[in-house]
Ligand binder design. Structure first.
Ligand SMILES: Nc1nc2c(ncn2[C@@H]2O[C@H](COP(=O)(O)OP(=O)(O)OP(=O)(O)O)[C@@H](O)[C@H]2O)c(=O)[nH]1
Ligand SMILES: [Mg+2]
Length: 361
Protein backbone atom coordinates (compact mmCIF):
# COMPACT_ATOMS: atom_id res chain seq x y z
CA UNK A 1 0.00 0.00 0.00
CA UNK A 2 1.29 3.44 -0.80
CA UNK A 3 0.34 6.64 0.88
CA UNK A 4 -1.82 8.75 -1.37
CA UNK A 5 -4.29 11.52 -0.61
CA UNK A 6 -6.96 13.28 -2.58
CA UNK A 7 -7.85 16.79 -1.43
CA UNK A 8 -11.60 17.42 -1.54
CA UNK A 9 -13.81 20.23 -0.33
CA UNK A 10 -16.10 23.04 -1.43
CA UNK A 11 -14.82 25.64 -3.93
CA UNK A 12 -12.53 28.20 -2.28
CA UNK A 13 -12.03 26.06 0.83
CA UNK A 14 -8.25 26.41 0.56
CA UNK A 15 -7.52 23.07 -1.12
CA UNK A 16 -4.84 24.39 -3.46
CA UNK A 17 -3.31 26.39 -0.60
CA UNK A 18 -3.03 23.16 1.38
CA UNK A 19 -1.60 21.40 -1.69
CA UNK A 20 1.09 24.06 -1.96
CA UNK A 21 1.89 23.83 1.76
CA UNK A 22 2.32 20.06 1.44
CA UNK A 23 4.23 19.87 -1.83
CA UNK A 24 5.82 23.35 -2.26
CA UNK A 25 4.65 23.18 -5.88
CA UNK A 26 3.51 26.61 -7.08
CA UNK A 27 -0.12 26.23 -8.09
CA UNK A 28 -2.90 28.67 -8.75
CA UNK A 29 -4.52 29.96 -5.58
CA UNK A 30 -7.33 32.41 -6.17
CA UNK A 31 -10.18 34.04 -4.33
CA UNK A 32 -12.70 32.97 -6.94
CA UNK A 33 -14.29 29.52 -6.99
CA UNK A 34 -13.25 26.80 -9.46
CA UNK A 35 -9.77 28.22 -9.88
CA UNK A 36 -8.60 24.61 -10.02
CA UNK A 37 -9.92 22.77 -13.04
CA UNK A 38 -7.17 20.35 -13.99
CA UNK A 39 -5.93 18.31 -11.04
CA UNK A 40 -2.62 19.22 -9.37
CA UNK A 41 -0.48 16.22 -8.49
CA UNK A 42 2.62 16.17 -6.32
CA UNK A 43 4.79 14.10 -4.03
CA UNK A 44 5.66 14.82 -0.40
CA UNK A 45 8.84 13.11 0.79
CA UNK A 46 8.47 11.59 4.27
CA UNK A 47 11.69 12.76 5.78
CA UNK A 48 12.89 10.22 8.29
CA UNK A 49 15.80 10.71 10.67
CA UNK A 50 16.09 6.97 11.17
CA UNK A 51 17.01 6.54 7.51
CA UNK A 52 19.57 9.33 7.69
CA UNK A 53 21.23 7.69 10.72
CA UNK A 54 21.15 4.30 9.04
CA UNK A 55 22.69 5.64 5.82
CA UNK A 56 25.50 7.16 7.85
CA UNK A 57 26.59 3.92 9.53
CA UNK A 58 26.13 1.90 6.34
CA UNK A 59 28.17 4.38 4.30
CA UNK A 60 25.35 5.04 1.83
CA UNK A 61 25.62 8.34 0.04
CA UNK A 62 22.07 8.29 -1.22
CA UNK A 63 18.95 8.27 0.94
CA UNK A 64 15.58 7.69 -0.70
CA UNK A 65 12.69 8.60 1.57
CA UNK A 66 9.25 7.12 1.11
CA UNK A 67 6.81 9.65 -0.22
CA UNK A 68 3.14 10.27 -0.37
CA UNK A 69 1.18 11.38 -3.36
CA UNK A 70 -1.28 14.26 -3.18
CA UNK A 71 -3.89 15.20 -5.72
CA UNK A 72 -5.78 18.50 -5.54
CA UNK A 73 -8.99 18.64 -7.54
CA UNK A 74 -11.78 21.08 -8.32
CA UNK A 75 -14.28 22.13 -5.65
CA UNK A 76 -17.46 20.15 -5.06
CA UNK A 77 -20.75 21.98 -4.76
CA UNK A 78 -24.30 20.99 -4.05
CA UNK A 79 -25.77 19.37 -7.13
CA UNK A 80 -22.35 18.43 -8.54
CA UNK A 81 -23.62 14.89 -9.11
CA UNK A 82 -26.28 16.40 -11.37
CA UNK A 83 -23.69 18.42 -13.26
CA UNK A 84 -23.68 21.68 -11.23
CA UNK A 85 -20.36 23.52 -11.04
CA UNK A 86 -17.84 21.28 -12.73
CA UNK A 87 -20.04 18.26 -12.08
CA UNK A 88 -18.41 15.36 -10.30
CA UNK A 89 -16.62 13.73 -13.22
CA UNK A 90 -13.29 14.83 -11.78
CA UNK A 91 -13.89 12.62 -8.73
CA UNK A 92 -12.42 9.74 -10.74
CA UNK A 93 -9.10 11.57 -10.28
CA UNK A 94 -9.16 10.80 -6.57
CA UNK A 95 -10.74 7.35 -6.72
CA UNK A 96 -7.34 5.69 -6.67
CA UNK A 97 -6.22 7.63 -3.59
CA UNK A 98 -6.19 5.96 -0.17
CA UNK A 99 -7.10 8.92 2.04
CA UNK A 100 -9.27 11.97 1.50
CA UNK A 101 -8.13 15.26 2.98
CA UNK A 102 -11.42 17.04 3.30
CA UNK A 103 -10.79 20.78 3.62
CA UNK A 104 -13.51 22.82 5.35
CA UNK A 105 -13.11 26.56 4.75
CA UNK A 106 -14.22 27.89 8.13
CA UNK A 107 -12.35 31.15 7.38
CA UNK A 108 -14.77 31.89 4.53
CA UNK A 109 -17.84 31.95 6.79
CA UNK A 110 -18.56 35.40 8.10
CA UNK A 111 -21.38 34.31 10.34
CA UNK A 112 -22.25 35.01 13.94
CA UNK A 113 -20.21 33.02 16.40
CA UNK A 114 -23.34 31.12 17.48
CA UNK A 115 -23.93 29.89 13.94
CA UNK A 116 -20.35 29.18 12.97
CA UNK A 117 -20.28 25.61 14.26
CA UNK A 118 -23.43 24.51 12.48
CA UNK A 119 -22.30 26.20 9.28
CA UNK A 120 -18.97 24.39 9.39
CA UNK A 121 -20.81 21.10 9.74
CA UNK A 122 -23.16 22.04 6.89
CA UNK A 123 -20.19 22.80 4.63
CA UNK A 124 -18.76 19.36 5.32
CA UNK A 125 -22.13 17.65 4.91
CA UNK A 126 -22.72 19.20 1.50
CA UNK A 127 -19.47 17.84 0.17
CA UNK A 128 -20.06 14.46 1.82
CA UNK A 129 -23.48 14.29 0.25
CA UNK A 130 -22.00 14.71 -3.21
CA UNK A 131 -19.46 11.98 -2.47
CA UNK A 132 -22.29 9.70 -1.30
CA UNK A 133 -24.30 10.44 -4.44
CA UNK A 134 -21.29 9.53 -6.56
CA UNK A 135 -21.05 6.29 -4.55
CA UNK A 136 -24.75 5.56 -5.02
CA UNK A 137 -24.21 5.94 -8.75
CA UNK A 138 -21.32 3.47 -8.63
CA UNK A 139 -23.40 0.99 -6.60
CA UNK A 140 -26.36 1.27 -9.01
CA UNK A 141 -24.02 0.72 -11.93
CA UNK A 142 -22.65 -2.43 -10.34
CA UNK A 143 -26.18 -3.70 -9.56
CA UNK A 144 -27.34 -3.27 -13.14
CA UNK A 145 -24.23 -5.06 -14.36
CA UNK A 146 -24.80 -8.24 -12.32
CA UNK A 147 -28.60 -8.18 -12.03
CA UNK A 148 -29.18 -10.45 -15.00
CA UNK A 149 -26.83 -13.17 -13.78
CA UNK A 150 -28.35 -12.94 -10.30
CA UNK A 151 -31.84 -13.40 -11.72
CA UNK A 152 -30.63 -16.50 -13.50
CA UNK A 153 -29.83 -17.89 -10.07
CA UNK A 154 -26.09 -17.21 -9.68
CA UNK A 155 -25.55 -17.44 -5.93
CA UNK A 156 -22.53 -15.14 -5.71
CA UNK A 157 -24.20 -12.38 -7.69
CA UNK A 158 -27.33 -12.71 -5.56
CA UNK A 159 -25.31 -12.30 -2.38
CA UNK A 160 -23.53 -9.31 -3.89
CA UNK A 161 -26.82 -7.66 -4.83
CA UNK A 162 -28.07 -8.21 -1.31
CA UNK A 163 -24.93 -6.49 0.00
CA UNK A 164 -25.25 -3.65 -2.51
CA UNK A 165 -28.88 -3.06 -1.53
CA UNK A 166 -27.83 -2.82 2.11
CA UNK A 167 -25.02 -0.38 1.34
CA UNK A 168 -27.44 1.65 -0.75
CA UNK A 169 -29.75 1.95 2.22
CA UNK A 170 -26.81 2.94 4.40
CA UNK A 171 -25.71 5.66 1.95
CA UNK A 172 -29.27 6.90 1.50
CA UNK A 173 -29.40 7.48 5.25
CA UNK A 174 -26.53 9.96 4.76
CA UNK A 175 -23.99 7.56 6.22
CA UNK A 176 -20.55 7.16 4.62
CA UNK A 177 -19.67 3.63 3.45
CA UNK A 178 -16.79 3.83 5.96
CA UNK A 179 -19.25 3.24 8.83
CA UNK A 180 -20.94 0.25 7.16
CA UNK A 181 -20.25 -2.89 9.19
CA UNK A 182 -19.22 -5.79 6.98
CA UNK A 183 -17.52 -9.17 7.11
CA UNK A 184 -14.26 -9.81 5.30
CA UNK A 185 -15.91 -11.32 2.19
CA UNK A 186 -18.17 -8.27 1.91
CA UNK A 187 -15.20 -6.01 2.49
CA UNK A 188 -13.45 -7.58 -0.48
CA UNK A 189 -16.43 -6.87 -2.75
CA UNK A 190 -16.72 -3.29 -1.52
CA UNK A 191 -12.99 -2.71 -1.97
CA UNK A 192 -13.41 -3.63 -5.62
CA UNK A 193 -16.10 -1.02 -6.15
CA UNK A 194 -13.75 1.43 -4.45
CA UNK A 195 -16.34 3.77 -2.97
CA UNK A 196 -15.22 7.31 -2.20
CA UNK A 197 -16.91 7.41 1.21
CA UNK A 198 -15.21 4.15 2.15
CA UNK A 199 -11.83 5.87 2.12
CA UNK A 200 -10.17 7.11 5.29
CA UNK A 201 -10.83 10.78 5.94
CA UNK A 202 -8.83 13.50 7.59
CA UNK A 203 -10.87 16.68 7.97
CA UNK A 204 -8.75 19.81 7.66
CA UNK A 205 -10.57 22.64 9.45
CA UNK A 206 -9.15 25.66 7.65
CA UNK A 207 -9.48 28.62 9.99
CA UNK A 208 -8.94 32.32 10.00
CA UNK A 209 -5.51 33.32 11.30
CA UNK A 210 -7.06 34.80 14.47
CA UNK A 211 -8.96 31.64 15.34
CA UNK A 212 -6.15 29.22 14.82
CA UNK A 213 -5.60 28.46 18.49
CA UNK A 214 -9.23 28.30 19.53
CA UNK A 215 -10.63 25.00 20.74
CA UNK A 216 -12.77 22.89 18.44
CA UNK A 217 -16.45 22.88 19.47
CA UNK A 218 -17.65 19.49 20.70
CA UNK A 219 -20.34 19.36 17.99
CA UNK A 220 -17.61 19.32 15.33
CA UNK A 221 -15.62 16.72 17.25
CA UNK A 222 -18.74 14.56 17.52
CA UNK A 223 -19.47 14.98 13.82
CA UNK A 224 -15.96 13.83 12.94
CA UNK A 225 -16.17 10.86 15.31
CA UNK A 226 -19.52 9.74 13.91
CA UNK A 227 -17.91 9.82 10.49
CA UNK A 228 -15.14 7.58 11.76
CA UNK A 229 -12.65 10.21 10.64
CA UNK A 230 -9.83 12.35 12.05
CA UNK A 231 -9.43 16.11 12.34
CA UNK A 232 -6.66 18.68 12.17
CA UNK A 233 -7.13 22.44 12.58
CA UNK A 234 -5.00 24.82 10.57
CA UNK A 235 -4.83 28.11 8.77
CA UNK A 236 -3.56 27.03 5.37
CA UNK A 237 -2.81 30.59 4.29
CA UNK A 238 -0.80 31.28 7.43
CA UNK A 239 1.14 28.05 6.96
CA UNK A 240 1.91 29.07 3.40
CA UNK A 241 3.01 32.56 4.45
CA UNK A 242 5.32 31.10 7.09
CA UNK A 243 7.01 28.97 4.47
CA UNK A 244 7.76 31.98 2.35
CA UNK A 245 9.65 33.86 5.14
CA UNK A 246 13.34 33.77 5.93
CA UNK A 247 14.42 31.91 9.08
CA UNK A 248 14.47 34.90 11.45
CA UNK A 249 11.13 36.24 10.37
CA UNK A 250 9.67 32.76 10.58
CA UNK A 251 10.59 32.47 14.27
CA UNK A 252 8.92 35.81 15.08
CA UNK A 253 5.83 34.78 13.18
CA UNK A 254 5.62 31.40 14.83
CA UNK A 255 5.87 32.99 18.26
CA UNK A 256 3.14 35.47 17.43
CA UNK A 257 0.71 32.77 16.41
CA UNK A 258 1.98 30.18 18.86
CA UNK A 259 2.63 27.82 15.97
CA UNK A 260 5.13 25.22 17.00
CA UNK A 261 4.02 22.21 15.12
CA UNK A 262 5.08 20.78 11.82
CA UNK A 263 1.81 20.67 9.90
CA UNK A 264 3.10 18.55 7.05
CA UNK A 265 4.36 15.98 9.54
CA UNK A 266 1.12 16.09 11.49
CA UNK A 267 -0.91 15.42 8.34
CA UNK A 268 1.38 12.71 6.96
CA UNK A 269 1.63 11.01 10.39
CA UNK A 270 -2.16 11.00 10.75
CA UNK A 271 -2.62 9.51 7.27
CA UNK A 272 0.08 6.95 8.03
CA UNK A 273 -1.77 5.82 11.16
CA UNK A 274 -5.19 5.93 9.51
CA UNK A 275 -3.90 3.50 6.89
CA UNK A 276 -2.13 1.24 9.38
CA UNK A 277 1.22 1.56 7.61
CA UNK A 278 4.71 0.62 8.76
CA UNK A 279 8.13 1.55 7.39
CA UNK A 280 11.00 -0.79 6.66
CA UNK A 281 14.44 0.05 5.33
CA UNK A 282 16.84 -1.47 2.81
CA UNK A 283 20.48 -0.76 2.12
CA UNK A 284 21.78 -1.76 -1.27
CA UNK A 285 25.03 -0.55 -2.72
CA UNK A 286 25.16 3.17 -2.13
CA UNK A 287 21.46 3.61 -1.48
CA UNK A 288 19.55 3.49 1.81
CA UNK A 289 15.84 3.49 1.21
CA UNK A 290 12.57 3.62 3.17
CA UNK A 291 9.48 1.66 2.12
CA UNK A 292 5.87 1.82 3.23
CA UNK A 293 3.77 -1.31 3.69
CA UNK A 294 0.65 -2.29 5.63
CA UNK A 295 0.99 -3.73 9.14
CA UNK A 296 1.14 -7.52 8.89
CA UNK A 297 3.11 -7.54 5.62
CA UNK A 298 5.31 -10.63 5.41
CA UNK A 299 9.00 -10.68 4.47
CA UNK A 300 8.03 -12.39 1.19
CA UNK A 301 5.51 -9.64 0.34
CA UNK A 302 8.04 -6.97 1.30
CA UNK A 303 10.61 -8.58 -1.00
CA UNK A 304 8.10 -8.33 -3.85
CA UNK A 305 7.69 -4.66 -3.17
CA UNK A 306 11.46 -4.14 -3.57
CA UNK A 307 11.87 -6.27 -6.70
CA UNK A 308 9.90 -9.12 -8.29
CA UNK A 309 13.14 -11.12 -8.71
CA UNK A 310 13.73 -10.92 -4.97
CA UNK A 311 10.30 -12.38 -4.31
CA UNK A 312 10.65 -15.09 -6.95
CA UNK A 313 14.00 -16.31 -5.67
CA UNK A 314 13.34 -15.55 -1.98
CA UNK A 315 15.40 -17.72 0.36
CA UNK A 316 15.49 -15.86 3.67
CA UNK A 317 15.87 -12.40 5.13
CA UNK A 318 18.31 -10.98 7.61
CA UNK A 319 16.46 -8.60 9.92
CA UNK A 320 17.68 -5.96 12.31
CA UNK A 321 15.93 -3.02 13.95
CA UNK A 322 17.31 0.27 12.56
CA UNK A 323 18.39 1.50 16.00
CA UNK A 324 20.24 -1.74 16.81
CA UNK A 325 22.01 -1.37 13.48
CA UNK A 326 23.00 2.22 14.25
CA UNK A 327 24.22 1.22 17.72
CA UNK A 328 26.22 -1.74 16.41
CA UNK A 329 27.75 0.35 13.64
CA UNK A 330 28.58 -2.69 11.48
CA UNK A 331 26.50 -5.65 10.43
CA UNK A 332 29.26 -8.00 11.61
CA UNK A 333 29.03 -6.53 15.11
CA UNK A 334 25.22 -6.76 15.08
CA UNK A 335 25.49 -10.45 14.17
CA UNK A 336 27.93 -10.97 17.00
CA UNK A 337 25.56 -9.23 19.41
CA UNK A 338 22.66 -11.28 18.13
CA UNK A 339 20.50 -8.32 17.12
CA UNK A 340 20.66 -9.30 13.44
CA UNK A 341 18.82 -12.54 12.80
CA UNK A 342 17.63 -14.70 9.91
CA UNK A 343 13.88 -15.02 9.32
CA UNK A 344 11.74 -16.92 6.81
CA UNK A 345 9.18 -15.78 4.26
CA UNK A 346 6.26 -15.63 6.74
CA UNK A 347 8.03 -13.24 9.10
CA UNK A 348 5.76 -10.24 9.80
CA UNK A 349 7.79 -7.12 9.10
CA UNK A 350 7.97 -4.72 12.05
CA UNK A 351 8.11 -0.91 12.13
CA UNK A 352 11.71 0.21 11.70
CA UNK A 353 13.12 -3.13 10.48
CA UNK A 354 16.12 -3.13 8.15
CA UNK A 355 15.75 -6.02 5.69
CA UNK A 356 18.54 -7.76 3.80
CA UNK A 357 16.77 -10.19 1.49
CA UNK A 358 18.72 -13.30 0.43
CA UNK A 359 17.52 -14.61 -2.89
CA UNK A 360 18.67 -16.74 -5.78
CA UNK A 361 18.45 -15.18 -9.17
N1 LIG B 1 -8.14 34.02 5.50
C1 LIG B 1 -7.76 32.87 4.95
N2 LIG B 1 -7.83 32.71 3.62
C2 LIG B 1 -7.44 31.55 3.08
C3 LIG B 1 -6.98 30.46 3.88
N3 LIG B 1 -6.67 29.42 3.07
C4 LIG B 1 -6.94 29.84 1.80
N4 LIG B 1 -7.40 31.12 1.81
C5 LIG B 1 -7.78 31.95 0.64
O1 LIG B 1 -8.95 31.40 0.04
C6 LIG B 1 -8.91 31.56 -1.36
C7 LIG B 1 -9.08 30.21 -2.05
O2 LIG B 1 -7.96 29.41 -1.84
P1 LIG B 1 -7.60 28.16 -2.79
O3 LIG B 1 -6.51 27.42 -2.12
O4 LIG B 1 -7.43 28.60 -4.18
O5 LIG B 1 -8.98 27.35 -2.65
P2 LIG B 1 -9.45 26.06 -3.44
O6 LIG B 1 -10.23 25.25 -2.47
O7 LIG B 1 -8.31 25.40 -4.10
O8 LIG B 1 -10.43 26.70 -4.52
P3 LIG B 1 -10.97 26.08 -5.90
O9 LIG B 1 -9.85 25.38 -6.58
O10 LIG B 1 -11.41 27.26 -6.65
O11 LIG B 1 -12.08 25.16 -5.51
C8 LIG B 1 -7.56 32.21 -1.67
O12 LIG B 1 -7.77 33.61 -1.81
C9 LIG B 1 -6.74 31.90 -0.45
O13 LIG B 1 -5.71 32.84 -0.22
C10 LIG B 1 -6.89 30.67 5.30
O14 LIG B 1 -6.45 29.81 6.06
N5 LIG B 1 -7.31 31.89 5.77
MG1 LIG C 1 -7.98 24.99 -6.03
Amino acid sequence: MSLSCGIVGAPNAGKSTLFKVLTSIPVEIASYPFSTVKPNTGLVPLEDERLVALAKVMGSNKTTFASFKVVDVAGLIKGASKGEGLGNQFLSQIREMEVLLHVIGEFSLNSEESELTSQVIDLAREVNLELMLADLEAVEKRISKIEKVARLGDKESKAEIDLLERIKQHLNGENPARTFIRNSAEDKILKEINLLTDKKVLYVLNRDEENINQGVPYQIKEFVERQNASLVTVSCRLELEIRELDDNEREVFKKEFDLYRDLVKEITDTCYHLLGLITFFTVKGQEARAWLVSKGTTAWEAAGKIHSDMQKGFRSVEVINWNDMVQANTLAKAREEGTARIEGKDYAVQEGDVLFVKFSS
